[in-house]
Design a protein around this ligand. Structure first.
Ligand SMILES: [Zn+2]
Length: 208
């Protein structure tokens, strides 16, 4: 059974939407934790119609439809083409990095191509350079962060070694990006939602 994706137009309060998105993630985890993921997003159109969706597995594929794409797909199947002037609310800032298990381009690219510049996040990946608007509600932000942190545990299961030091996912891309990010930031430690990214940065920070 699918999670409810469309809500009535009465409430476009973004923190209320974020809270709903968090509860959709938790329902998805109760219903089918392999199918549903740990990020949810909503499209708000200029008429105030809100369509929400949770990250989920793509049809006939083992790749994942990220939440932003899922919300746009759900909007378009309900209301047709995305009009100009839509906003997106998401529990985690849109991804920008390469990911083997993601269906399609990064969410940042997807939103860019869709002309969506109004992006409101529950939690921003602290390693991203682009500044998104983040909720000022600290409890919501903490909840979104905790959900994002959980989502990363899965990525650690299927691991090889990065530079012989740290376990990583198939192509080590998370580690490599963390390592390169640290190199660009005075060998800083990272505190992102991605453990492999953080470990890559830690390796650089340790002087390797
Ligand atoms: Zn994404």
């Amino acid at each position: 059974m699918r999670l409810k994706e469309v809500t009535d137009s009465s409430n476009t309060d973004r923190d209320a939407i974020l809270a709903d998105l968090c509860s959709m993630i938790l329902s998805g985890q109760r219903r089918d934790p392999d199918y549903y993921g740990m990020v949810a997003a909503a499209v708000i159109d200029p008429q105030g119609r809100v369509v929400k969706a949770v990250n989920h597995v793509a049809k006939d594929s083992d790749r994942r439809i990220h939440a932003e794409r899922a919300a746009i797909n759900a909007y378009e199947s309900r209301y047709g083409d995305l009009p100009q002037g839509c906003a997106v609310v998401t529990t985690l800032s849109p991804c920008s990095e390469h990911m083997d298990d993601r269906y399609g381009e990064s969410c940042q690219q997807l939103l860019d191509d869709a002309g969506i510049t109004d992006i409101y996040c529950g939690y921003q990946d602290p390693t991203q350079d682009s500044g998104y608007t983040v909720t000022k509600n600290k409890k919501l932000e903490e909840l979104c962060k905790r959900i994002a942190d959980t989502f990363l545990d899965d990525q650690q299961l299927n691991e090889l070694m990065f530079m012989g030091m740290s376990p990583c996912t198939k192509d080590c891309s998370g580690h490599r990006e963390g390592y390169e990010w640290s190199a660009r930031h005075n060998n800083a430690h990272a505190a992102s939602w991605s453990d492999s990214f953080n470990r890559g940065a830690a390796i650089k920070a340790a002087g390797y």
